[in-house]
Design a protein around this ligand. Sequence first.
Ligand code: FE2
Ligand code: FE2
Length: 132
Amino acid sequence: MALITWTAGQFGTNVGFADDEHKILFDKLNNLYDLATGGADRSAVGNQLDDLISYVVGHFAHEEREMLAKDFNGYTAHKAEHEALIGICAGLQTKFHAGEAEVTEEVGQMVKGWLDHHIPTFDMAYADALNS
Ligand SMILES: [Fe+2]
Ligand SMILES: [Fe+2]
């Protein structure tokens, strides 16, 4: 079963690029979760982990560019949230490739929990500014 499912009711931001990228991000996270919890080769897990993290970094940068372009006053707090998650992900990525950590059920739940909070709280808050 998928770790996380995109629905407009729970995750729709009313910003086209954000919804499109969130759906792709969820697919990549679900793929990683399935590989990691399904006993896939470590190299396959690592490749998917790298792909997910680079997509997340690009998505965050895209949101930040759009917020800056509209001079959105929530930019600083929003960017800080992004940087906190990137820091956690980069730490896991480094440890994974050093053989010191694995992608576990708990890792999947942590990222899911972050998205469950971040998208409704932070991403939905930029809709009016970005659509203005
Ligand atoms: Fe987002
Ligand atoms: Fe965001």
